[in-house]
Write a protein that binds this ligand. Structure first.
Ligand code: PMV
Length: 342
């Protein structure tokens, strides 16, 4: 009935978690709640062109080139998503993507990639069948099927994914904006990504999540993340930087400690990751400037600080931190406004 091609393009952000999602159950549901903020500069732009085709199918181009290595992940995602997005079954999808940052480095490229796919598909479905459009929590839920952290990349600002009985609007199926008004200190927060190593990481996040199933610290970790989530929401509201710093660093190091204590165990940190951590902690102590760090599942260090300290931090960053980065590379980012239709 609809023989014409349709297309749409969306630009969506990556995000950086402060309370980390680590471990899943069933179909991409988290074992613990997590909180992140969406980034402004680290984004994926994706165009999907849908052509009617009885067999379905897709092709994926990254920066204009066919990228077979992502086909399996996309195929699995499309299979799960077609329940809510029937166009997947009877259209051939040409997916064209580009990132503003290197993929598979521990910068969550899957978060921006999968949220971009979800927005494009929701939009195309709406073009084809205008009745019953997906609302934003359904887009988040679809994004989650591709990559858990992508559930949090459908909004700007600070977002929560994972059910806590204390927060009635929270869900394991989709993310919601944090249920408080965020203090100005955290509204223009910076995340400068210090690139320690930009190679593809040796152990994927999916493999890492799976190792949590029988992890000796599993229950302790779930409790820790639950408590940290409730406390972080309080800190975000009151502007408690001291509490934030303590927790952000503990979450980052706990994530890596869980990897180190998995069976089999593995390490993603590099010597320069640890040197950077030492430098950051020393600068904070001696200068009394509220700068801290977090990490994703990779060796890079994310430098976190409120906007008002940017000047004091930039000189030190250039002199002390940049020399420890691969090719002096730093990606300067901050809290972003969220997805955008192009
Ligand atoms: O979304 P995934 O499956 O790539 O997992 C991401 C996990 C972390 O980035 C390490 C933490 C998080 O909450 O984003």
């Amino acid at each position: 009935q609809h023989s014409i091609q349709s297309n749409t393009t969306w630009k969506t952000p990556s995000n950086i978690a402060i309370v980390k999602y680590w471990g899943k159950r069933d179909v991409q549901e988290p074992v613990n709640p997590s909180i992140s903020f969406s980034l402004s500069e680290a984004t994926t732009t994706t165009k999907i062109t849908a052509s009617p085709s009885e067999k379905g199918g897709f092709t994926f181009l990254l920066d204009g080139k066919e990228q077979g290595s992502f086909d399996k992940k996309i195929r699995k995602f499309l299979e799960l998503a077609q329940v809510r997005l029937p166009l997947i079954k009877d259209h051939f999808l040409k997916i064209e993507s580009s990132n503003t940052f290197p993929h598979s480095t521990g910068i969550a490229s899957s978060a921006s990639a999968m949220s971009a796919l979800a927005f494009c598909l929701a939009d195309l479905q709406h073009q084809i069948t205008p009745e019953n459009p997906l609302d934003i929590s359904e887009v988040s839920s679809v994004a989650r099927l591709g990559s858990g952290s992508a559930a949090r990349s459908v909004y700007g600002g600070w977002n929560l994914w994972g059910r806590l009985t204390e927060i009635p609007e929270s869900s394991d199926h989709y993310a919601v904006p944090v249920p408080v008004s965020v203090n100005p200190v955290f509204q223009k927060f910076h995340d400068d990504i210090l690139i320690v190593k930009s190679e593809k990481k040796p152990v994927s996040s999916s493999a890492g999540h799976a190792l949590m199933n029988h992890h000796p610290y599993r229950n302790g970790r779930i409790k820790q993340a639950h408590d940290n989530t409730l406390n972080l929401i309080k800190y975000l509201e009151t502007g408690n930087l001291e509490g934030f710093i303590e927790m952000a660093e503990s979450e980052a190091l706990s994530l890596h400690a869980l990897m180190m204590s998995s069976t089999p165990s593995y390490t993603l940190l590099q010597p320069n990751s640890l040197l950077l951590i030492e430098k950051i902690r020393e600068f904070r102590k001696t200068k009394d400037i509220p700068v801290s760090f977090t990490m994703d599942a990779g060796p890079n260090i994310h430098l976190l600080y409120p906007d008002e300290y940017q000047k004091e931090i930039s000189g030190w960053q250039e002199k002390e931190l940049q020399p420890l980065c691969e090719k002096s590379r730093i990606i300067r980012d901050n809290v972003g406004n969220g997805p955008q239709k192009i």
